[in-house]
Design a binder for this molecule. Structure first.
Ligand code: CO
Length: 294
Protein backbone atom coordinates (compact mmCIF):
# COMPACT_ATOMS: atom_id res chain seq x y z
CA UNK A 1 0.00 0.00 0.00
CA UNK A 2 1.10 3.43 -0.96
CA UNK A 3 1.85 5.79 1.96
CA UNK A 4 1.93 2.99 4.50
CA UNK A 5 4.94 4.52 6.23
CA UNK A 6 2.98 7.77 6.69
CA UNK A 7 0.08 5.81 8.23
CA UNK A 8 2.50 4.05 10.58
CA UNK A 9 4.08 7.34 11.60
CA UNK A 10 0.75 9.11 12.09
CA UNK A 11 -0.50 6.20 14.19
CA UNK A 12 2.62 6.09 16.33
CA UNK A 13 2.22 9.82 17.07
CA UNK A 14 -1.46 9.17 17.88
CA UNK A 15 -0.47 6.46 20.34
CA UNK A 16 2.14 8.64 21.99
CA UNK A 17 -0.32 11.53 22.30
CA UNK A 18 -2.92 9.15 23.79
CA UNK A 19 -0.54 7.93 26.49
CA UNK A 20 0.53 11.50 27.21
CA UNK A 21 -3.07 12.72 27.36
CA UNK A 22 -4.10 9.83 29.59
CA UNK A 23 -1.37 10.78 32.07
CA UNK A 24 -2.74 14.35 32.23
CA UNK A 25 -6.30 13.33 33.11
CA UNK A 26 -6.14 13.51 36.92
CA UNK A 27 -8.28 15.04 39.66
CA UNK A 28 -8.01 18.84 39.59
CA UNK A 29 -6.73 19.13 36.00
CA UNK A 30 -8.51 21.42 33.54
CA UNK A 31 -9.99 19.86 30.41
CA UNK A 32 -9.07 22.94 28.41
CA UNK A 33 -5.43 22.65 29.48
CA UNK A 34 -5.30 18.92 28.83
CA UNK A 35 -6.86 19.33 25.37
CA UNK A 36 -4.46 22.04 24.28
CA UNK A 37 -1.44 20.21 25.73
CA UNK A 38 -2.41 17.14 23.69
CA UNK A 39 -2.73 19.25 20.55
CA UNK A 40 0.67 20.87 21.26
CA UNK A 41 2.17 17.41 21.75
CA UNK A 42 0.80 16.26 18.40
CA UNK A 43 2.34 19.30 16.71
CA UNK A 44 5.69 18.81 18.45
CA UNK A 45 5.81 15.21 17.17
CA UNK A 46 5.21 16.40 13.60
CA UNK A 47 1.51 15.54 13.21
CA UNK A 48 -1.68 17.50 12.71
CA UNK A 49 -5.00 16.79 14.45
CA UNK A 50 -7.24 14.63 12.25
CA UNK A 51 -10.06 15.91 14.48
CA UNK A 52 -10.04 17.97 17.69
CA UNK A 53 -8.95 16.08 20.81
CA UNK A 54 -12.21 15.05 22.46
CA UNK A 55 -12.80 14.19 26.08
CA UNK A 56 -16.31 12.93 26.76
CA UNK A 57 -17.28 12.19 30.36
CA UNK A 58 -19.67 9.79 32.10
CA UNK A 59 -22.86 9.30 30.03
CA UNK A 60 -21.48 11.36 27.12
CA UNK A 61 -20.08 8.74 24.76
CA UNK A 62 -18.33 10.88 22.15
CA UNK A 63 -17.88 14.19 20.32
CA UNK A 64 -17.50 16.36 23.41
CA UNK A 65 -14.86 18.96 22.77
CA UNK A 66 -14.35 21.57 25.48
CA UNK A 67 -15.22 25.11 24.44
CA UNK A 68 -15.79 28.23 26.52
CA UNK A 69 -16.82 26.49 29.74
CA UNK A 70 -13.95 24.52 31.18
CA UNK A 71 -14.44 21.25 33.05
CA UNK A 72 -12.27 20.37 36.03
CA UNK A 73 -11.59 16.66 36.39
CA UNK A 74 -12.85 15.18 39.62
CA UNK A 75 -14.42 11.70 39.61
CA UNK A 76 -15.55 11.39 35.98
CA UNK A 77 -15.28 8.43 33.68
CA UNK A 78 -13.42 10.16 30.84
CA UNK A 79 -12.99 8.92 27.28
CA UNK A 80 -10.08 10.52 25.44
CA UNK A 81 -10.53 10.13 21.67
CA UNK A 82 -7.94 11.57 19.38
CA UNK A 83 -6.82 11.54 15.79
CA UNK A 84 -3.62 12.60 14.08
CA UNK A 85 -2.81 12.88 10.40
CA UNK A 86 0.29 13.26 8.30
CA UNK A 87 -0.55 14.41 4.77
CA UNK A 88 -4.05 12.97 5.30
CA UNK A 89 -2.89 9.56 6.59
CA UNK A 90 -4.83 9.17 9.84
CA UNK A 91 -4.43 7.47 13.21
CA UNK A 92 -7.54 7.22 15.42
CA UNK A 93 -7.40 5.94 18.99
CA UNK A 94 -9.23 6.20 22.30
CA UNK A 95 -8.79 5.23 25.92
CA UNK A 96 -10.95 5.47 29.04
CA UNK A 97 -9.78 6.90 32.34
CA UNK A 98 -11.90 6.23 35.42
CA UNK A 99 -11.19 8.86 38.06
CA UNK A 100 -13.79 7.50 40.50
CA UNK A 101 -12.06 4.15 40.96
CA UNK A 102 -15.49 2.50 40.82
CA UNK A 103 -15.76 1.65 37.13
CA UNK A 104 -12.78 -0.60 36.47
CA UNK A 105 -15.00 -3.41 35.16
CA UNK A 106 -16.74 -1.11 32.70
CA UNK A 107 -13.37 0.17 31.46
CA UNK A 108 -12.09 -3.42 31.14
CA UNK A 109 -15.20 -4.39 29.18
CA UNK A 110 -14.46 -2.06 26.25
CA UNK A 111 -10.71 -2.76 26.39
CA UNK A 112 -11.11 -6.52 26.41
CA UNK A 113 -13.80 -6.28 23.72
CA UNK A 114 -11.29 -4.42 21.57
CA UNK A 115 -8.69 -7.15 22.14
CA UNK A 116 -11.22 -9.85 21.29
CA UNK A 117 -12.23 -7.96 18.14
CA UNK A 118 -8.61 -7.53 17.06
CA UNK A 119 -7.98 -11.27 17.46
CA UNK A 120 -10.67 -11.99 14.84
CA UNK A 121 -9.33 -9.52 12.27
CA UNK A 122 -7.82 -10.76 8.99
CA UNK A 123 -8.63 -10.22 5.33
CA UNK A 124 -11.90 -12.03 4.60
CA UNK A 125 -13.48 -11.84 8.06
CA UNK A 126 -16.99 -10.36 8.03
CA UNK A 127 -17.72 -7.25 10.09
CA UNK A 128 -20.55 -9.09 11.84
CA UNK A 129 -18.06 -11.61 13.26
CA UNK A 130 -16.05 -8.73 14.70
CA UNK A 131 -19.25 -7.24 16.15
CA UNK A 132 -20.13 -10.57 17.70
CA UNK A 133 -16.73 -10.76 19.46
CA UNK A 134 -17.29 -7.26 20.90
CA UNK A 135 -20.84 -8.00 21.99
CA UNK A 136 -19.89 -11.29 23.67
CA UNK A 137 -17.22 -9.73 25.87
CA UNK A 138 -19.33 -6.73 26.87
CA UNK A 139 -22.56 -8.59 27.60
CA UNK A 140 -20.52 -11.32 29.34
CA UNK A 141 -19.53 -8.69 31.88
CA UNK A 142 -23.08 -7.54 32.37
CA UNK A 143 -22.92 -4.37 30.25
CA UNK A 144 -24.37 -3.38 26.87
CA UNK A 145 -22.44 -2.48 23.71
CA UNK A 146 -23.51 0.80 22.12
CA UNK A 147 -25.22 -0.32 18.93
CA UNK A 148 -25.47 2.99 17.09
CA UNK A 149 -21.76 3.81 17.31
CA UNK A 150 -19.37 1.86 15.12
CA UNK A 151 -15.83 1.33 14.02
CA UNK A 152 -15.00 2.46 10.52
CA UNK A 153 -12.57 2.51 7.66
CA UNK A 154 -10.02 5.29 7.33
CA UNK A 155 -9.00 6.87 4.04
CA UNK A 156 -6.85 9.87 3.15
CA UNK A 157 -8.33 12.96 4.81
CA UNK A 158 -11.44 10.88 5.56
CA UNK A 159 -11.95 9.85 9.20
CA UNK A 160 -15.12 7.83 8.59
CA UNK A 161 -15.40 5.69 5.52
CA UNK A 162 -16.53 2.15 4.66
CA UNK A 163 -16.57 -0.47 6.07
CA UNK A 164 -18.76 0.15 9.11
CA UNK A 165 -17.65 -2.17 11.91
CA UNK A 166 -20.53 -2.76 14.32
CA UNK A 167 -20.23 -3.21 18.07
CA UNK A 168 -22.71 -6.13 17.93
CA UNK A 169 -23.60 -9.00 15.61
CA UNK A 170 -25.65 -7.16 13.01
CA UNK A 171 -25.71 -9.73 10.21
CA UNK A 172 -23.61 -7.59 7.86
CA UNK A 173 -21.46 -9.95 5.78
CA UNK A 174 -19.17 -7.25 4.38
CA UNK A 175 -15.62 -8.60 4.45
CA UNK A 176 -12.46 -6.81 5.49
CA UNK A 177 -9.86 -6.60 2.74
CA UNK A 178 -6.11 -7.01 2.70
CA UNK A 179 -4.43 -3.61 3.05
CA UNK A 180 -7.48 -1.81 4.49
CA UNK A 181 -6.95 0.60 7.37
CA UNK A 182 -9.75 0.40 9.91
CA UNK A 183 -10.52 1.69 13.40
CA UNK A 184 -12.35 -0.58 15.82
CA UNK A 185 -13.99 1.18 18.77
CA UNK A 186 -16.15 -0.76 21.22
CA UNK A 187 -18.25 1.28 23.62
CA UNK A 188 -19.63 -0.41 26.75
CA UNK A 189 -22.38 1.08 28.89
CA UNK A 190 -24.42 0.49 32.02
CA UNK A 191 -27.38 1.88 30.04
CA UNK A 192 -29.36 0.28 27.21
CA UNK A 193 -26.75 0.83 24.49
CA UNK A 194 -28.24 3.63 22.40
CA UNK A 195 -26.82 7.13 22.03
CA UNK A 196 -28.51 10.30 20.86
CA UNK A 197 -27.39 13.84 20.13
CA UNK A 198 -27.31 16.07 23.21
CA UNK A 199 -26.42 19.73 23.36
CA UNK A 200 -24.62 22.15 21.09
CA UNK A 201 -21.80 21.12 18.82
CA UNK A 202 -18.32 22.55 19.19
CA UNK A 203 -16.91 20.34 16.43
CA UNK A 204 -17.60 20.98 12.74
CA UNK A 205 -16.45 19.84 9.32
CA UNK A 206 -16.32 21.39 5.87
CA UNK A 207 -18.63 19.49 3.54
CA UNK A 208 -19.09 21.67 0.48
CA UNK A 209 -17.45 24.93 -0.50
CA UNK A 210 -19.91 27.58 -1.62
CA UNK A 211 -19.60 31.31 -2.27
CA UNK A 212 -20.25 33.55 0.74
CA UNK A 213 -20.87 37.27 0.65
CA UNK A 214 -19.59 38.60 3.97
CA UNK A 215 -15.83 39.24 3.90
CA UNK A 216 -15.32 37.96 7.45
CA UNK A 217 -17.22 34.73 6.74
CA UNK A 218 -15.06 34.34 3.64
CA UNK A 219 -11.92 34.85 5.72
CA UNK A 220 -13.02 32.26 8.27
CA UNK A 221 -13.99 29.82 5.51
CA UNK A 222 -10.62 30.26 3.89
CA UNK A 223 -8.98 29.47 7.21
CA UNK A 224 -11.17 26.37 7.60
CA UNK A 225 -10.09 25.13 4.18
CA UNK A 226 -6.58 25.01 5.58
CA UNK A 227 -7.64 22.10 7.82
CA UNK A 228 -7.83 19.92 4.69
CA UNK A 229 -11.42 18.78 5.18
CA UNK A 230 -10.98 17.06 8.56
CA UNK A 231 -13.18 18.04 11.53
CA UNK A 232 -12.18 21.16 13.45
CA UNK A 233 -13.03 22.79 16.79
CA UNK A 234 -14.71 26.12 17.31
CA UNK A 235 -12.01 26.61 19.95
CA UNK A 236 -9.36 26.71 17.18
CA UNK A 237 -11.19 29.46 15.29
CA UNK A 238 -11.63 31.57 18.41
CA UNK A 239 -7.83 31.67 18.74
CA UNK A 240 -7.62 33.47 15.37
CA UNK A 241 -10.90 35.42 15.06
CA UNK A 242 -13.22 37.34 17.43
CA UNK A 243 -15.70 35.01 19.13
CA UNK A 244 -18.80 36.89 17.94
CA UNK A 245 -17.68 36.66 14.31
CA UNK A 246 -16.88 32.98 14.70
CA UNK A 247 -20.37 32.28 16.06
CA UNK A 248 -21.98 34.25 13.24
CA UNK A 249 -19.85 32.62 10.58
CA UNK A 250 -20.52 29.10 11.88
CA UNK A 251 -24.26 29.78 11.94
CA UNK A 252 -24.21 31.15 8.38
CA UNK A 253 -22.09 28.31 7.04
CA UNK A 254 -24.37 25.75 8.70
CA UNK A 255 -27.41 27.37 7.05
CA UNK A 256 -25.69 27.34 3.67
CA UNK A 257 -24.73 23.69 4.02
CA UNK A 258 -21.03 24.54 3.83
CA UNK A 259 -20.21 22.87 7.13
CA UNK A 260 -21.86 20.18 9.25
CA UNK A 261 -21.76 19.86 13.01
CA UNK A 262 -21.04 16.96 15.36
CA UNK A 263 -23.08 17.48 18.54
CA UNK A 264 -22.09 15.55 21.68
CA UNK A 265 -23.53 12.02 21.78
CA UNK A 266 -25.06 10.90 25.08
CA UNK A 267 -26.31 7.51 26.23
CA UNK A 268 -30.11 7.65 26.16
CA UNK A 269 -30.61 6.32 29.71
CA UNK A 270 -27.65 8.31 31.03
CA UNK A 271 -25.71 5.06 31.49
CA UNK A 272 -21.98 5.40 32.09
CA UNK A 273 -19.93 4.76 28.96
CA UNK A 274 -16.41 3.41 28.41
CA UNK A 275 -14.55 3.22 25.10
CA UNK A 276 -11.37 1.74 23.66
CA UNK A 277 -10.11 2.20 20.11
CA UNK A 278 -7.19 1.24 17.90
CA UNK A 279 -6.36 1.78 14.24
CA UNK A 280 -5.23 -1.34 12.39
CA UNK A 281 -3.85 -2.43 9.06
CA UNK A 282 -5.70 -5.54 7.83
CA UNK A 283 -3.42 -8.23 6.43
CA UNK A 284 -3.95 -11.73 4.95
CA UNK A 285 -2.79 -13.39 8.16
CA UNK A 286 -4.32 -11.00 10.70
CA UNK A 287 -3.56 -7.34 11.34
CA UNK A 288 -0.99 -4.85 12.49
CA UNK A 289 -2.23 -2.72 15.41
CA UNK A 290 -0.86 0.65 14.31
CA UNK A 291 -1.77 2.67 17.43
CA UNK A 292 -0.34 0.21 19.92
CA UNK A 293 2.29 1.53 22.32
CA UNK A 294 4.39 -0.90 24.30
CO1 CO B 1 -12.88 6.35 15.43
Amino acid sequence: MEDIEKWRKACSITAEAREYGKSLIVKGASMKDVSSKIEDKIASLGGKPAFPAQISCDHIAAHYCVDEDDIIFDSQLAKLDLGVHIDGCIGDTAVSVDLSGRNAELVNASREALEAAISTVRAGVTVSVIGRAIQDVITGKGFAPIRNLSGHGLAKYDVHTIPTIPNFENGDHTKLEDGQIVAIEPFATTGSGVIQEAGNATVFMLVQKRPVRDPFVRAILQHIEGYGGVPFAKRWLVKKFPKLKVNLALRQMMQLGIIRDFPPLAEREKGLVSQAEHTLLVTKEGCEVLTKKE
